[in-house]
Design a protein. Structure first.
Length: 202
C-alpha cells in the first residue's frame, strides 16, 4: 500500500554533482499506523484505515479514543481510509520505505487561501487598458445576455473566494527518501502551506 499521511515542511533545493539545481519539497511522511481493516464480508467493501500525528488524549472524544485503544494505537490526530485490499495488519506501520527515488506519485492538500479576489487574479483575465482616459481596468466586463435570458449563467467566471480548496498535484516524482527521519523529498512544488496536512499516493 503506497499511501502516506504527512506534513509539508517546506521547499529547498538540491545540488547535483554536475552542478544542476533541483527544487524539492520536503514532507514529514508518516509513520502511519494501521488502525482498522475493512473487508467485503463485514463492511461491504475493502479498505485499510491509517492514522497519523500524535496528539494528547484530551484532544479526542471517547469513541475515537476507544477505537484507537482497541487497535492498540496511541492517540492520533488524523485518520484516513485507503480503498482496496492490503496485506498490512492492524498495528503495523507504513513508512517512507514504501517509496523509492524515481517513483511517480500524486500529492493532495488544501491550497493556500487567497481570500476574495477579482477576475484578473482568480481567472487570469486580461483586463482593460491601463492608460489615461480608460474607464475599464480590472473589471470582468459584460456578464449578462441583455433581455434574454436577462440573467447571469451559473458557473460564470466571476470574483469570489480563491484558494483554500482540496488540490491534487499529479505527475510528481520522488527525488529522495530519508528513512531515519521519515522525510520524503518530492521534485517540484505541492499544494498547501507550510505545516499543512498532505496525502501522498503512489
Amino acid at each position: 500500500m503506497k499511501t502516506l499521511l504527512g506534513t509539508k515542511i517546506g521547499m529547498t533545493q538540491h545540488f547535483g554533482e554536475d552542478g544542476t539545481v533541483t527544487p524539492v519539497t520536503v514532507i514529514q511522511a508518516g509513520p502511519c499506523v494501521v488502525t482498522q481493516k475493512k473487508t467485503v464480508e463485514t463492511d461491504g467493501y475493502a479498505a485499510t484505515q491509517i492514522a497519523y500525528g500524535d496528539v494528547k488524549p484530551k484532544k479526542l472524544n471517547k469513541p475515537l479514543l476507544g477505537h484507537l485503544k482497541k487497535a492498540g494505537v496511541s492517540p492520533k490526530k488524523h485518520l484516513m481510509e485507503v480503498a482496496g485490499e492490503s496485506e498490512l495488519s492492524v498495528g503495523e506501520e507504513v513508512t517512507v520505505e514504501a517509496f523509492a527515488p524515481g517513483d511517480a506519485i500524486k500529492v493532495s492538500g488544501i491550497s493556500k487561501g487567497k481570500g476574495f479576489q477579482g477576475v484578473m487574479k482568480r481567472h487570469n483575465f486580461k483586463g482593460g487598458p491601463a492608460s489615461h482616459g480608460a474607464h475599464f481596468h480590472r473589471a470582468p466586463g459584460s456578464i449578462g445576455a441583455s433581455a434574454d435570458p436577462a440573467r447571469v449563467y451559473p458557473g460564470s467566471k466571476l470574483p469570489g473566494q480563491m484558494g483554500n480548496k482540496k488540490i491534487t498535484q499529479v505527475g510528481l516524482t520522488v527525488y529522495a527518501t530519508d528513512t531515519e527521519r521519515n522525510l520524503l523529498l518530492v521534485k517540484g512544488a505541492i499544494p498547501g502551506s507550510t505545516g499543512s496536512l498532505v496525502v501522498v499516493r503512489g
